[in-house]
Structures are given as structure tokens and as C-alpha cells.
Design a protein around this ligand. Sequence first.
Ligand SMILES: [Zn+2]
Length: 92
Amino acid sequence: MSSVQIQCTRCKGVFRDRAGRLQDGYSRQCPGCEVVLFFAEDSQHPFIKRAMRDARKVRKELREAQAARRLAPEAPTSRSSDGRRRTVGRSE
Ligand SMILES: [Zn+2]
């Protein structure tokens, strides 16, 4: 959910990493060929750029989802509890 797909610039292998970690200055090793990939906002490589963009999008969505949850009003507590009203004086 909160992870993004990363494609290795060397072996073209695809793996995933958490969007929260994929930020400017982050680096990680490819599990396939063990090359170290550097993630920078000004990277010129399309694979890196795409991963950074995806991570940014996922982080934004997560933030918005959290904000929406916070802003959402609490479930309204009904003060009058007349859900089960009993019929009084029900005579034949
Ligand atoms: Zn690789």
C-alpha cells in the first residue's frame, strides 16, 4: 500500500520500498545486482525519477487520508435513545 515500485538502473530488476523512506538523499542497494541506487530530487534517470514521483504521490495520499480521518466528525452520538420505542397501552 504505502510502498512504491523501484526499477534498478543497472539490472532493470524491480523491487519495492516504503514510500516514507524514498526521499531526497536516500540510497539503497538493489537486491538483484547489489548496485547502490541514489534517490535525489534532481536525478536525471527516468527510473529514479519515476520512483521519486510515485513515492511523493503515495506520501501525499497517506497525508490526505490521515487529514481526512482527523477532520471527519465523530460518529454522532444520539442523545435521545428512543431506538426501541415501546408502545404503551396497547390493548386489544
Ligand atoms: Zn540491480
